[in-house]
Design a protein around this ligand. Structure first.
Ligand code: SF4
Ligand code: SF4
Ligand code: SF4
Ligand code: FES
Length: 593
């Protein structure tokens, strides 16, 4: 252990710990901007400077490892003046129209300005002569150069966590900016719209494209019936923006709040997550039969999941030769939307042209997915507006709802019933676990051989996980699978997806079925989830997801009564003609700029 003193308090920490981390252990706050717990140290903003006894210059706490006997002061006059100058310099190049900014009151730069740089400044205002661009081309987020402090959190996120590098630092000095390939609009580069950069940007330079006003307009329009669906991961994170600690489940209160906001039908994406398992599980078993029994060379194995729109765009750009391996299933959001405008409208005697379909998602890429031209097989757009978890929290605050004191309530029927299998879609490994719970039972007539249905090898935060399930005791129609070892893999975060895809491309992948989610931790760590994020926060959300599963009466997708009902009344059977028309899709090869 290394012993040091910070503000005259002694602390012992592991070698390799930074001064910033040691200070946090003592609950001493050192401000930061470029630093983020998920990313490597950049050390470029210098806001975290502290004074070290005996050192000639101030040191950056986030970049300096501790040393035995160090004596650190975090709040001397020299330190405060240095931080004040740094913040003032940033503001001199910053279009500080806070009251009109989406990040107002949620901005790390604004918080520092409030702390250090109030009153007159000695620096010139350089914003007038400073050209800037606001790129609104992405359906998922807006990129505003005039709000950028060049901390490079976004660049590191896109490279380190997502292995994409859709953005990079261009130019030097005053002209330095975050740019895309040849400064193309973000809609025309390899960006997956995952929003991980948005989630880590400390200012209003990267913010989600918001549809709050459009949703209010729809709600207030008496001629419209507004249906809302909420994704599994929203219920374990929404609370963070409404005064709860990470990992609090607020499902029932959220449902009540949605009703109070004025949505006409409050339904659950978990219903269509269960449906996805029926469709995707059947597709997997059909593919396995074609390959193992019929020797069909045209059928592609491993099959990849297709729930994560950021992952879909990634494979379309980076590994297009493997598009036939992607399940043809739409994501649960899109399946839900297609059924809202058909089955739901018919059952409730509603005119689908007057039905507005809104989804609340942990994900900014869902905004992009909803706009894909393929997503309107019913003759109407499956989803009209996608709100992130953060946007829903804003609406709840705008409506003056006392969220903490709300009574809990249940989703409406139909398309409101769900199972624990659907809830775990929200965490990495969840789709795989849900699929295995159902597929194993379809094939053998027995439950998966794991205590309490918890398939623990596919759970957890490891970047790439794998598991082998031996199939024994098959029903007669599935005898060809008797004794087979089903090999599965799971990756979350596109940097890990890339590792799996390299293996597949090299012909060294032993897997039959692979789940990939674009975001770290899966949807619980989505780009539209509350800010901040960190491994600890994501782990708490994950615990809440599994706890929600354990609390459900039904925990297998094929037991969902609404799913059983829709096959009986509308779809026929999984992978039927109607299913293919409404619930399945196709993909497109894209260039890799
Ligand atoms: S980015 Fe922050 S400091 Fe800049 S205008 Fe927006 S709220 Fe204000
Ligand atoms: S866009 Fe945001 S995260 Fe990226 S450099 Fe600018 S301020 Fe930092
Ligand atoms: S949205 Fe994702 S892919 Fe696009 S620039 Fe940001 S981190 Fe990179
Ligand atoms: S937070 Fe330490 S240098 Fe930026």
């Amino acid at each position: 252990m290394i012993n040091l003193s910070i503000n005259n308090q002694r602390v012992s920490v592991q070698p390799g710990t930074t001064v910033l981390e040691a200070a946090r252990k003592l609950n001493i706050n050192i401000p930061t901007l470029c630093n983020h717990p998920d990313l490597c140290v950049a050390g470029n903003c210098r806001v975290c400077v502290v004074e070290q006894t005996g050192a000639r210059t101030l040191i950056a706490a986030c970049a300096m490892p501790v040393a035995e006997g160090m004596d650190i002061q975090t709040n001397t006059l020299k330190v405060r003046n240095a931080r004040k100058h740094i913040v003032e310099l940033l503001l001199s190049e910053h279009r500080s129209d806070c009251t009109k900014c989406y990040k107002n009151q949620k901005c790390e730069l604004q918080a520092l300005a409030n702390e250090f740089a109030f009153g007159d400044t000695i620096f010139l205002d350089l914003t007038e002569d400073h050209p800037y661009t606001i790129d609104r081309s992405s359906p998922a987020f807006t990129k505003d150069d005039s709000k950028c402090i060049r901390c490079q959190r976004c660049v590191r996120t896109c490279f380190e966590l997502q292995h994409i590098s859709a953005i990079a630092v261009a130019n030097k000095g005053l002209h330095q900016k975050i740019s895309s390939f040849h400064d193309r609009p973000m809609s025309h580069v390899v960006c997956t719209n995952c929003g991980q950069c948005v989630n880590r940007c400390p200012t209003g330079a990267l913010v989600e494209k918001t549809y709050i006003d459009q949703v209010w307009d729809a709600i207030y329009d008496p001629d419209r019936h507004v249906v809302v669906q909420t994704a599994p991961a929203v219920r374990v994170a929404l609370g963070e923006d409404l005064g709860y600690d990470p990992g609090e489940r607020v499902t029932g209160k959220m449902v009540t709040a949605l009703r109070q906001l004025g949505f006409d039908s409050v339904l659950d994406t978990d219903f269509s997550a269960d449906l996805t398992i029926m469709e995707e599980g059947t597709e997997l078993l059909t593919r396995l039969k074609k390959v193992l029994v019929d020797g069909d060379k045209k059928t592609s194995i491993p099959m990849f999941t297709s729930c994560s729109p950021g992952w879909i765009k990634f494979i379309e750009h980076k590994y297009p030769e493997f598009l036939p391996n992607l399940s043809t299933c739409k994501s649960p959001q899109q399946m839900f939307g297609a059924l809202a405008k058909t089955y739901f409208a018919q059952k409730k005697k509603l005119d689908p042209s007057k039905l507005v379909s809104v989804s609340v998602m942990p994900c900014t890429a869902k905004k992009y997915e909803a706009d894909r031209p393929e997503m309107r097989a019913s003759g109407y757009k499956d989803i009209d507006y996608v709100l992130t978890t953060r946007e829903l929290a804003v609406m709840i605050k705008q409506a003056g709802i006392d969220f903490k004191n709300l009574e809990s309530s249940h989703y409406d029927s139909i398309m409101g019933d769900s199972t624990g299998a659907a809830v775990i879609f929200g965490a990495t490994g969840g789709v795989m676990e849900a699929a295995l719970r159902t597929a194993y039972e379809i094939v053998t007539g027995k439950e998966v051989p794991f205590t309490n249905l918890n398939i623990t090898p596919v759970r957890g935060m490891e970047g790439v996980k794998e598991a082998t399930i031996k199939i024994e005791g098959c029903k007669p129609e599935w005898k060809f699978l008797e004794g087979a070892e089903l090999k599965v893999a799971i990756a979350h975060g596109l940097v890990n997806a890339n590792k799996i895809m390299k293996q597949v491309r090299n012909g060294k992948s032993p897997y039959h079925f692979i789940e990939i989610m674009a975001c770290p931790g899966g949807c619980i760590g989505g780009g539209g989830q509350p800010i901040p994020t960190s491994m600890e926060i994501r782990k708490n959300r994950m615990k809440a997801i599994y706890s929600e599963d354990e609390h459900m009466v039904l925990r297998k997708s094929h037991e969902n009564p609404d799913v059983i009902g829709i096959y009986k009344e509308f779809l026929g059977k999984p992978n039927s003609h109607v299913s293919h028309e409404l619930l399945h899709t196709h993909y497109v090869e894209r260039e890799s700029y």
